[in-house]
Design a protein around this ligand. Structure first.
Ligand code: NAD
Length: 452
């Protein structure tokens, strides 16, 4: 099928490349010239495992091209998927990019006689597609709603695992205004025989995405809250507590005598808070939108509140354990909001670095792929960066593990001891073996663990 994708960022590009690898003919559109140039030169503008190899392949096969020309892309395709940003505005979700894209689609459809399906993949608050988007396209296309197709197909991929997630969907939610739009979108995904295709109306599809992200954010904040209570009580390790909870067969049934350890358990873990381009903005958008509709989602609000205080709590805790941070050399392991991505949007690392800087610490920070993005974002701060953790650990007086990259997980206690001036480690994700580290002479502190 011929598909144009408006917005070639984390979601748009992954969607485009994966659909192209399944044999569809894809035109990726982006406003930013450098993104279009890089894609056409077979270089992914973002870091995402497996994406670059697949991009090279689909471009060489002639299944994907990128352009800045939205009109041309729409004239040459039958379906347009919208994957533009939906950032947090001052009063909830900012629909500026959705509005612009809808207008451009409308103008292109005015010139087009053939039936065309528009599918919103960006995360938008319920009723955006059937009102805001539908009205804008109709107005600029000078067509009524049934003259074009309209769907809402939320995206559930996780950055860092995006290609695998896209290619192995558990379910595909398609909200559609009518049977014709639905069956065209269903055909796009027909190759995924094992995935449940769930047909809903547009609003329900939008709501499923917010419910999913709110639930996952809740699990993280709940784990962090219990961890904070463990710290207050002392001599209780949150890791043991959550492990004990996670063995319950209602979460974690045994199949042939072995617990299945579902992916959901990864969210039942204490750490320095959730970040990224989705959970923080989507929970906030959900709260303000529901508020405006007359219902305040108190539980989601509490999850956001717990999350916002988590990085500052960590810095306070460090100060309590090692005294003033002024002029102390602190090493930060990890800048991306999670491993296997260069995305630093709302990353806890950024907040921790800002707090440490306020307290007068010397900060050195590393990440395998997110150094450039962070240096750009924090250009007002005096931080020393490296891709190599050894550089940042050298002569440091304390180290904070923030992102659980595999290469940090395997650092041995002796290496910390050799490189650091004083081997003090704050494990913000509880990835290290506390007994082993302590036996090796490291002063080990962990989130959700205070021992007396
Ligand atoms: P992104 O910022 O990485 O990419 C968006 C791209 O759209 C940018 O490159 C921008 O230049 C381009 N753009 C904006 N307006 C345009 C226009 N009118 N025409 C052409 N290009 C345009 O954003 P993202 O992370 O891919 O997120 C996109 C949407 O998907 C958001 O609504 C987000 O909430 C949702 N989402 C994101 C993820 C994720 O993990 N990143 C997962 C699920 C859903």
């Amino acid at each position: 099928m011929k598909i144009s994708i408006i917005g070639s960022g984390y979601v748009g590009l992954v969607t485009g490349v994966c659909l192209a690898s399944l044999g569809h003919k894809i035109i990726c559109v982006d406003k930013q010239k450098n993104i279009v140039t890089m894609i056409n030169e077979k270089h992914s503008p973002i870091y995402e495992p497996k994406l670059n190899e697949l991009l090279e392949k689909v471009i060489s096969q002639g299944n994907l091209v990128a352009t800045q020309d939205t009109n041309k892309a729409i004239q040459n395709t039958d379906i347009t998927i919208v994957a533009v940003p939906t950032p947090q505005g001052e009063e909830g979700i900012d629909l500026y990019y959705i509005g612009e894209a809808s207008k451009e689609i409308g103008l292109a459809l005015r010139e087009k006689a053939n039936y065309h399906v528009v599918c919103i993949k960006s995360t938008v608050v319920p009723s955006t597609t059937d009102t805001f988007v539908a009205n804008a396209i109709s107005e600029f296309a000078k067509k009524s709603l049934n003259d074009f197709g309209l769907c809402m197909n939320p995206e559930f991929l996780r950055e860092g695992n995006a290609v695998d997630d896209f290619m192995n969907p558990d379910r595909i939610v398609i909200g559609a205004i009518d049977d014709k739009s639905f069956s065209i979108m269903e055909d796009v995904y027909s190759v995924f025989k094992d995935a449940t295709i769930l047909r809903t109306n547009l609003r329900t599809a939008e709501m499923i995405k917010y419910t999913m992200n709110s639930l996952l954010a809740l699990l993280i904040s709940f784990s962090n809250e219990i961890g904070n209570v463990c710290e207050a009580i002392q001599n209780i390790d949150i890791k043991d507590v959550l492990y004990g909870v996670g063995l319950d067969s209602r979460f974690n049934p045994k199949v042939n005598g072995t617990t299945i350890n579902p992916g959901l358990l990864a969210y039942l873990a204490a750490g320095c808070g959730f970040g990224g381009s989705c959970f923080p903005k989507d929970t906030n958008a959900f709260i303000s939108f529901s508020d405006r509709k007359g219902y305040t989602p108190e539980i989601v609000k509490a999850a956001v509140k717990v999350n916002e205080s988590q990085p500052a709590r960590l810095v306070q805790r460090i100060e309590k354990e090692i005294g003033s941070l002024s002029n102390k050399k602190i090493a930060i392991l990890g800048l991306a909001f999670k491993p296997e991505t260069d995305d630093i949007r709302e990353s806890p690392s950024i907040k921790i670095i800002e707090k440490l800087a306020e307290k007068g610490a010397y900060i050195s920070a590393c990440d395998p792929v997110a150094v450039e993005n962070t240096a750009r974002r924090l250009r007002h701060l005096d931080v020393v960066y490296s891709r190599d953790y050894k550089d940042v650990l050298r002569d440091s007086e304390a180290c904070i593990l923030v992102t659980k990259w595999q290469e940090y997980k395997i650092i041995q206690p002796d290496e910390f001891k050799q490189l650091m001036k004083t081997p003090v480690i704050f494990d913000g994700r509880r990835i290290y073996d506390k007994e082993l580290f302590r036996k090796s002479g490291i002063q080990y502190f962990g989130i959700g663990l205070v021992e007396i």
